[in-house]
Design a protein around this ligand. Sequence first.
Ligand code: FES
Length: 290
Amino acid sequence: MAIDEISNRKRFLAGDNVYLPHIAVIEKIIEETPDTRTFHFSFKDEKLRREFSFESGQFGEFSIFGVGEAPFCISSSPTRCDHLEFAVKRVGRVTSALHRLGAGAEIGFRGPYGNGFPLGYLEGKNLVFIAGGIGLAPLRSLIWNVLDKRDKYRKIDIIYGARSPADLCFTYDLDSWKQDKTVNMVTTVDKGDDSWTGREGFVPQVLEQLAPSAKEAVAVVCGPPVMIRFTFPVLAKLGFTPGQMITTLEKRMKCGIGKCGRCNIGDIYVCRDGPVFSYAQIRDFISSEY
Ligand code: FES
């Protein structure tokens, strides 16, 4: 399977109007950090609830009626589809409005959009998952997807970092992965507090110390731009080729369907051609634009 494997891009349209969202209900909210929450939601329409499918790495446009909409990746795994999840960091008007919602509130959803992670390409490989902060949201969908079909993959390393212990997201997942004997899970924070007994250090530094082998391996990197920018050179130093490094970009998206022109970087549209890319696809412009 090629690295540029494209998902089937199946979309669940609410009607002829591509901007018309489906109505979904928030079922549960998890406080991840002081400014980040995970929302569990399901579609109101029973048929859609049954038939909806997506791929790890795809995103949707979520709307708060009367406020606006914003793109977020689906952070749950397609292998666990009794409900869907997305995580939101409070940074602006739409995200603040989302944080004010409680369980039972209705939101809009259109999608799924974009490609997904190239699962076929990852099969039979050693996998190195590297994430920072809320960048774990798209990656946890892939990690659970992979772990639910564990036999198809070889060694799994997960390196996850955040600024401080209070900024670690999905701690319930981190605990599960730590207990999984088939996974090498390493958590780090830039700076610990009095109660932190774990590792300290930036993600790229920790990656260099751990030095996972590049042999028959693929690294998947998700996180803040600065982390991604410093992680790729470390991977290259460890012997990973540009085709062995994958990331997901979430830059400047608005319409999500290749119409508004907001998300282009060089010749590519993040929403339409991504958001998942190999470093080989984006290396020519990532240093100047991302
Ligand atoms: S978000 Fe509109 S073209 Fe990509």
